[in-house]
Ligand binder design. Structure first.
Ligand SMILES: O=C(O)CCC(=O)C(=O)O
Length: 208
């Protein structure tokens, strides 16, 4: 069973903002943080002007290319930030401001993911890297083709998986203990789809 269409799981909300009523997580979805015109503009600029790069991961004894492209932007004033990384672009700063106004949280970095087609995706994981803190607050913005975002509880297997379609111009806030208790993924798909872009705004603290 999938939960997204089950309105029982929302404690409050309207067409624009939904608060999920689920254990061990604070999840807020807003489908319309950006107008269609804004989302189209940001999508085109990000797709064409981002310093996208491929990324490799060590898995057991193998080095594997991650099936997506990424880019990382961070305040250069942040202790330990790599100074040779690209500067925030005007568009990224505008998106960040909008996210900060909606969440009332100040972010100092963003990871961009580009899923070029249905062969790209990210498998089950939590965002629990040391520099993000144990329970990182993450604001995830979506542009481009709708991305199916799945969540599952790590321990309470009786809780059905959630499947949240993340639309062009939407944002999803993951807070509370989400990263300790839940995992998420963006599955690959056999559908013929256009590129999907995700921005996850984060607070990085390299002193942790
Ligand atoms: O595209 C997404 O929404 C997921 C991104 C993600 O899981 C990550 O960057 O850690």
């Amino acid at each position: 069973m999938l939960l997204f269409n089950d309105t029982e799981i929302f404690t409050s909300g309207n067409r624009e903002k939904k608060v999920f009523d689920l254990p061990d997580t604070e999840l807020i979805l807003c489908d319309t943080l950006f107008t269609k015109e804004e989302a189209d503009l940001y999508y085109n600029v990000l797709l064409n002007d981002t310093a996208w790069r491929e990324y490799e991961m060590e898995i057991y004894d193998k080095t594997l290319k991650v099936p997506r492209m990424i880019s990382w932007y961070e305040d250069k004033s942040n202790v330990g930030a790599e100074l040779d990384r690209p500067d925030w672009t005007p568009e990224l700063l505008q998106i960040k401001e909008r996210v900060e106004a909606a969440t009332q949280v100040k972010f100092n970095s963003v990871l961009l993911n580009l899923y070029r087609n249905g062969n790209d995706g990210v498998s089950w994981h939590s965002d629990r890297e040391q520099n993000f803190g144990k329970d990182a607050i993450i604001a995830s913005v979506s542009f481009g083709e709708t991305r199916m975002f799945k969540l599952r509880h790590k321990f309470k297997k009786e809780i059905p998986q959630l499947e949240i379609p993340l639309h062009h111009g939407s944002y999803l806030l993951m807070g509370g203990t989400t990263q300790s208790f839940w995992q998420h993924q963006v599955p690959k798909t056999t559908k013929d789809i256009l590129p999907r872009i995700n921005l996850t705004f984060r607070i990085v603290d390299r002193k942790l």
